[in-house]
Design a protein around this ligand. Structure first.
Ligand code: TXA
Ligand code: MG
Length: 324
């Protein structure tokens, strides 16, 4: 069931049930982070491996302090500037956060989401909400309540409908290994905005897979997706396929306009991020044999957009079965 009843959502969560919640990035599949059984249901419903930890969502800095043992001064500065907002911090957890939330890691991922309904829900329940994106493991994240309903509607107690998500791609995740601010997942806050505030940050390049955002095949439509710079050429090279195009600013040639999705005009990358997952959901339902998408310039938000598109394209164009 979906609706806008915050009190009903709160009651479900306090009873240990799952509720999809709106955030400014994507919809989350939430449970009481202090209730191990409820958190176990998240993994089950998402079909997500247990070694992939979950982000906990909190209302304010005081709540962050309640579940962590230290807040480095850089983290404090980031929170002061970007929270509530699409920023997730990896911080040392205290013993009140169950192992199942962090997959045994001593660090817990925390964020204060910038959505008024979810902030109200967090205040009313006064519990941390563990919430991954509300999609089956490996598939495209949801940016509307309708997307969640289509994918998981029959498996969860309630979908709190907060309208389409503003940012449209996931939060930027930052940790502080050896006191070096390090981006673990590029996201809705571009690297250069963070560097403007705190100076140079590292980007984690390790192979160790902690969680789905880091696994190679992710955010993937069922339809094979080809990512390229020259869409017109790719269309010519694949003219024997029924093709849908996801691009920006200008239409490509060789495919009719009704088979193309223009993510934004005038290099407005925020609009492109807002529209990306809706475009992938919609194009994946249209029975194309191939989706061709255009690479973004590798700066600002383009970095996170390319990251998501690269992972969406990892299955290859022979539509091999998903590996996750
Ligand atoms: O915008 C977002 O972050 C959305 C909304 C719902 O908040 N959530 C989200 O969650 O994208 P999920 O589960 O789809 O991705 C979680 C990411 C993983 O890719 C992983 O890198 C990181 O969070 N993560 C969570 N806990 C971690 C931990 N303890 N250590 C390292 N990484 C962690
Ligand atoms: Mg996800």
């Amino acid at each position: 069931m979906k609706g806008t009843d915050i009190q009903l959502a709160a009651e479900h969560l306090l009873r240990g049930e799952l509720v999809a919640i709106p955030t400014e990035t994507v919809y989350g599949l939430a449970a009481n982070a202090l209730d191990e059984q409820a958190v176990a249901r998240i993994y089950e419903v998402k079909q997500r491996p247990r070694h992939n930890p979950l982000i906990i969502h909190l209302a304010d800095v005081e709540q962050i302090a309640r579940y962590t043992t230290e807040l480095p001064s850089i983290a404090r500065k980031l929170i002061h500037h970007f929270a509530p907002g699409p920023l997730t911090l990896l911080l040392p957890r205290n013993s009140s956060i169950p192992d199942i939330v962090t997959a045994g890691s001593p660090l817990v991922a925390v964020r204060i989401p910038a959505h008024p309904m979810t902030l109200e829900l967090l205040r009313r329940t006064d519990i941390p909400l563990a919430a991954p994106s509300a999609n089956p493991f490996g598939y495209i994240s949801p940016t509307t309540a309708g997307h969640v309903d289509k994918m998981l509607g029959d498996k969860i107690a309630y979908i709190l409908d907060g309208g389409p998500c503003d940012a449209g791609i996931e939060s930027t995740i930052i940790g502080f290994p050896d006191c070096v601010p390090t981006i673990y997942r590029e996201g809705a806050i571009p690297k250069d905005h963070i560097e403007a505030l705190i100076g140079p940050v590292a980007v984690f390049e390790g192979k160790k897979i902690h969680a789905p955002g880091m696994s190679a095949v992710h955010y993937s439509p069922n339809t094979p997706l080809l990512l390229c710079d020259d869409v017109d050429q790719a269309i010519r090279d694949h003219d024997h396929f029924r093709i849908g195009v996801i691009t920006y600013c200008n239409y490509a040639t060789g495919v009719t306009a009704d088979n193309q999705w223009i993510l934004c005009k005038d290099n407005d990358w925020e609009a492109a991020a807002h529209n990306l997952y809706a475009a992938l959901h919609e194009m994946d339902e249209r029975n194309y044999e191939l989706i061709i998408a255009k690479t973004f310039p590798e700066n600002g938000l383009g970095r996170a957009l390319n990251d998501r598109l690269r992972r969406a394209a990892m299955k290859g164009i022979r539509n091999d079965p998903a590996t996750n």
